[in-house]
Design a protein around this ligand. Structure first.
Ligand code: BEZ
Length: 395
């Protein structure tokens, strides 16, 4: 720092003291910590997903010496319990009481929509590191709302063609009866029908129930060419185990969006072998970027293996860093902050991605197959896929 700059900074601080603590707002704002509200599930069937996202986000911050745009970070954490009814109140608490500068959350699509409502009303910056509810980057899209993960539609639309190209022309879809399950079902159905397949039955059960047996019995009685499923976290591990226990493994091939096999391979063991899925990440992706990320994550978290949720949390940190660097930590320069995030090219472990006009990633979707303890990447099922973002108009 030159002498003049030093002197100017000194006078600003002295001025703040002698004027009774009223310092120029930008100076104070940049000296204070950036307040980040993590609203994620830390209990229930999605608990491990919330922890992985938190780990990934904090790794991105730690790689920047704990600062974004020159400011240290103060975290405020809320367990949202994957409970949509509590979402508005939980979000409100972070915005009103904790006065966070940015909200990071969440996993469950229903909870996300509650967060989006409050973020739209308050203007608080929101970065979603998982939940794929189409409305968040559709009719409810807004300049301050970003997603670093996927839309639910994106994760299964490419899968329909994969099945049809193999001559598997009839399928049963099994999932939880809420936005994520229903939108993944619709994405699969659209891609499958376009490729000449027919979805013959939808089998739904309430979230987060795991009594799969009656549905598996019904699926078997239909004798489809394939079963397709969306479950995640603890529910996914249980579904894989029950599918094998029902004698369906090896009889009717099982497919899904990649959440079915991500982060659950230790728990599901042999029941997960050979299951094929589509997703924007694969732990077996062998690129220098992914290998470096995986090594750094293991080093920071006692040899824990990262999964897709950790990557999405990490990328939320990278996206926020791009915005914060552009405004040198001054979040009051909101338009510039948003513009920098919009034009960011995220050098992600999943492969580089950019944002659509609706603030959802445009990214490759891989075909993966469980081999041993990894989701091995078999190829790209759909290159640079963008969500159609129906109903989004940025104002
Ligand atoms: C969702 O609710 O949007 C969701 C939850 C877990 C994995 C993927 C999507």
């Amino acid at each position: 720092m030159s002498q003049i700059t030093n002197r100017r900074a000194f006078l600003q601080v002295v001025g703040a003291v002698t004027l009774g603590g009223i310092a120029p707002a930008p100076l104070l704002a940049q000296q204070s910590k950036l307040r980040v509200g993590l609203m994620l599930p830390y209990t229930g069937t999605y608990a491990a997903l919330g922890t992985a996202i938190t780990n990934g986000f904090k790794l991105a911050v730690d790689e920047r010496k704990g600062r974004l745009g020159g400011r240290e970070i103060e975290y405020f954490t809320v367990d949202d319990e994957s409970e949509p009814a509590k979402a508005p109140e939980n979000t409100h608490r972070l915005v009103q009481r904790d006065k966070v500068d940015v909200l990071v959350g969440t996993v469950h699509s229903g909870v996300l929509l509650g967060m989006v409502k409050i973020a739209r009303e308050s203007g608080t910056l929101l970065i979603c590191p998982n939940a794929g509810a189409g409305d968040a980057t559709g009719p409810m899209c807004a300049p301050n709302i970003f997603r670093t993960s996927f839309s639910n539609w994106q994760t299964t639309y490419p899968l329909g063609k994969v099945l049809a190209d193999r001559g598997l022309k009839t399928a049963v879809f099994i999932t939880w009866n809420y936005a994520a399950g229903k939108e993944m079902l619709a994405g699969f159905q659209e891609g499958f029908a376009k490729a000449g397949g027919k979805l013959v039955k939808e089998l739904l059960l309430p979230f987060p129930q795991v009594e799969f047996q009656p549905l598996l019995t019904e699926a078997a009685s239909i004798k489809p060419a394939a079963v397709v499923a969306f479950f995640a976290g603890g529910g996914a591990a249980k579904f894989l185990t029950d599918y094998a226990a029902a004698g369906l493994k090896g009889k009717i091939p099982l497919f899904g969006s990649g959440f079915l096999t991500d982060g659950v391979l230790d728990a599901a063991g042999a029941a997960a072998q050979d299951v094929e899925t589509t997703l924007h990440y694969g732990d077996g992706l062998s690129t220098p970027r992914n290998n470096a990320f995986r090594a750094a994550y293991r080093k920071s978290y006692k040899n824990l293996e990262p999964d897709v949720y950790a990557v999405q949390g990490y990328d939320a940190g990278l996206l926020l860093a791009a915005g914060m660097d552009a405004v040198k930590g001054d979040v009051s320069r909101k338009k510039e902050l948003i513009a920098a995030m919009e034009r960011a090219r995220i050098d992600s472990p999943r492969g580089a991605w950019t944002l659509s006009k609706a603030h959802n990633p445009i990214q490759d979707f891989y075909l993966r197959k469980v081999v041993g303890k990894e989701n091995r990447v078999m190829g790209v099922a759909h290159k640079a896929l963008a969500d159609p973002a129906i109903g989004c108009s940025m104002k």
